[in-house]
Design a protein around this ligand. Sequence first.
Ligand code: NAP
Length: 266
Amino acid sequence: MHNAAFAAAGIDAEYVIAEIDEPDVAPAVAAARWPEYLGLGVTAPYKPLVASLVDEVEGDARTIGAVNNVVRTDGGRLIGFNTDAPGFRVGIELAMGRPLDGAEVVVGGAGGAAHAVVFACLTAGARRVTIANRTVTTATRLLERFAGVGTAERAAMPLDGPDVIDALQTADVAVNATTIGMVDPRAPFDVQVLPSDATVFDLVYVPAETPLVAAARARGLRAANGSEMLIAQAAIAFERWTGVGGMAHVMRAAVAPLLADPAVRA
Ligand code: NAP
């Protein structure tokens, strides 16, 4: 995605993937101070750690507690920011066909991605946000973290308990921010209990049609996987690094064959 965008923008740069162990994260971040670097992308599980290694963390990323991108300024300072939250907002509003404002949202999961999702829902003016997670204490902590954000009603509950059925029955949107569907072929929610005009959004994008998305479509609900969020968050980061916007279509075209390839597994 990024290299296609560099080529399309005529920028002589390369996005390089490195799988590194935890002791090597600090040296890798420090190396990004060299003038050759535009910045860094960061993925799980190092998003909170990188937040502690940069010179400045932007407000939203600080509230979310995760940095998924870093930009290097001309003076060599490293600024951490978060594009998962705005990327989610682009993806979900595309899937819903309308803004999140006033929506009742059920979010499955309370990990790193769920933090960005819940923050986006709260700041976009959602009316009610319910967090359902296997480990309820993690969901409760997430809510405590965002106590001062937005005005939505909010609740935390177990993912497989009766309360989540009640929440789903009146939801406008059900979001999967767990790894269910990526690592095991099942859906985190029973889509049968959702209203007929609800939207289902799965952050998982490999496989392209997750069990949750397949079940939602079989019921005739609006449903989307996480590919548009992936593309949107990447395009936002690209613009921060290069000043060149409008690259989502290039990135979408570059990533489409990979996401459609049944041989590609997370
Ligand atoms: P994470 O921090 O490891 O969180 C994992 C979440 O999944 C936790 O809520 C965990 O619950 C839950 N979970 C894991 N296994 C489970 C199981 N067997 N049953 C029930 N719940 C289970 O991961 P993450 O970084 O938030 O990522 C979550 C998903 O979002 C991944 O599939 C990732 O690929 C996707 N994602 C997509 C995008 C995008 O751009 N589309 C961006 C970021 C992430 P516990 O708290 O109980 O462990």
